[in-house]
Design a protein around this ligand. Structure first.
Ligand SMILES: Cc1ncc(COP(=O)(O)O)c(C=O)c1O
Ligand SMILES: Nc1ccccc1C(=O)C[C@H](N)C(=O)O
Length: 425
């Protein structure tokens, strides 16, 4: 499609957009009494209006039923997580028994590493991407140290090529083959938080398995954003947070995937708790752990239902919309933002550099842009003028035009505000 950088054209795209109505399903912060242009759904998604009723329901059941709510609430608390199985499994391309919700992201990755990182003197290395999200780096360092290894010997990072911003799939695969039978685990962010690069999860997972390693993914920036086929890609495990593209609220419960091929493996170590115990026998208070055969078997504590409630509201909305429709709009919206940036760059004779891949199969919702020659004052200008963006020193802005609630007109208006911010400097 040939784009135009005009308000009328943007409005026409909104008029043709079948998801445009979902914008009204969200609460937007306001600046100067006007709804903001929100580009930070990759950090904290907006609040779906329907989330409050789900939380209120639990508060009311707690007030009216107290302990009886575990079994007699309309949505009983004791197996509340099962309500996620079907809709969440569709979002990540899994079978219903392969997903569960519990804890928070880094905690879940640690717990899954208990099962899927069992190093020995020969096979002890972990491959991850250079500049992984810091929490992942700390997690991996502390895991290898916990097993008595040195991070500098056990952790192998895949580097970018000289002068490039993103990582080549061939380089990941070459490194996997080079580390070979010393490789215990590949654990990478499926979408890089900084560049927005989407990794070829299918090819990398297959390459890891070829040399006998387990392969897991941190899907913080991928869940609800990219098309995932975790079951078919044969991924061993994955975890994601719910507060970014999944709009479940700050710090809320994480989702996990464990491939069904591992569900009956009694030799796989795990840290257990009563919520992972055989559902029918859970309240018989037996001494020996008999795990549920499914991702639910990795549950530990009884569920934080107040935190699951807004997540459930959101997952049901995703189910209504469907990932295919979402992705179709995502690609058009991201492309329109990219076009707008190029247009404004020309108009202001700027020097913008988009470091996110331009190939649609290697990117999703986010564009990360170097605004060469600009400084923090531009970020302040944008924020003051109702554009919520994420700024990383020295001058990278990350823009996530989330398809559920951002509009084409937002992209046009953002371009105009950006232009004024640069010209008025
Ligand atoms: C890729 C990635 N991993 C891990 C985290 C940390 O997650 P949490 O604080 O929920 O454990 C984030 C974001 O906060 C992230 O973007
Ligand atoms: N949960 C947070 C709490 C406080 C500040 C940032 C976050 C983020 O999620 C950052 C996000 N991971 C990012 O890619 O920027």
């Amino acid at each position: 499609m040939i784009f135009e950088n005009t308000k009328a054209f943007a409005q026409q795209l909104d008029a043709q957009d079948s998801l445009h109505k979902y914008r009204d399903e969200f609460h937007f912060p306001k600046v100067n009494d006007k709804q903001v242009i929100y580009f930070t759904g990759n950090s904290l998604g907006l609040q779906p209006k329907r989330a409050k009723a789900y939380v209120d329901e639990i508060m009311n059941d707690w007030a009216n039923l107290a302990v009886e709510g575990h079994f007699y609430a309309e949505k009983p608390w004791w197996d509340y997580q099962e309500r996620f199985s079907k809709p969440l499994s569709k979002i990540v391309g899994a079978k219903p028994a392969e997903v569960t919700v519990m804890n928070t992201l880094t905690v879940n990755l640690h717990l899954l590493m208990v099962s899927f990182y069992q190093p020995d003197a020969k096979r002890f290395k972990i491959i991850c991407e250079e500049k992984a999200f810091p929490s992942d780096q700390y997690m991996l360092q502390s895991q290898v140290q916990f097993h008595g290894f040195k991070p500098e010997e056990a952790i192998v990072e895949i580097n970018r090529r000289e002068g490039e911003h993103t990582i080549c799939t061939e380089d990941v695969i070459a490194k996997i083959n080079e580390v070979g039978d010393e490789l215990a685990l590949v654990l990478i962010g499926g979408v890089n938080y900084y560049t927005g690069q989407v990794f070829n999860m299918k090819a990398i997972t297959a390459a890891g398995h070829q040399v006998g390693a387990y392969v897991g993914w941190d899907l913080a920036h991928a869940a609800g954003n990219v098309k995932l086929e975790l079951h078919d890609w044969n991924v061993d495990f994955a975890a994601w947070c719910s507060y970014k593209y999944m709009n479940a609220g700050p710090g809320n419960a994480s989702g996990c995937f464990v491939h069904e091929k591992h569900h009956h493996n009694a030799d796989l170590p795990r840290f257990a708790g009563w919520w992972g115990h055989n559902k029918e026998r859970r309240f018989k208070m037996e001494p020996n752990f008999d795990p549920v055969h499914g991702a639910d078997g990795w549950q530990i504590s009884n569920l934080p239902v107040l935190s699951l409630a807004p997540y459930l509201a959101s997952v049901e909305m995703f189910d209504e919309v469907g990932m295919d429709a979402l992705i179709e709009k995502r690609d058009q919206l991201t492309a329109y933002l990219e076009f707008t940036l190029h247009e404004i760059d020309k108009e202001v004779q700027g020097n913008f550099e988009i470091i996110t891949p331009s190939n649609p199969s290697e990117r999703a919702c986010q564009l990360s842009v170097f605004l060469h020659g600009e400084g923090r004052s531009l970020f302040d200008y944008l924020m003051k003028n109702g554009v919520i963006v994420d700024w990383r020193e020295p001058n990278v802005i990350r823009l996530a035009p989330v398809p559920l609630y951002c509009s084409f007109e937002d992209m046009y208006n953002f371009g105009q505000i950006l232009k004024r911010g640069i010209l008025e400097k």
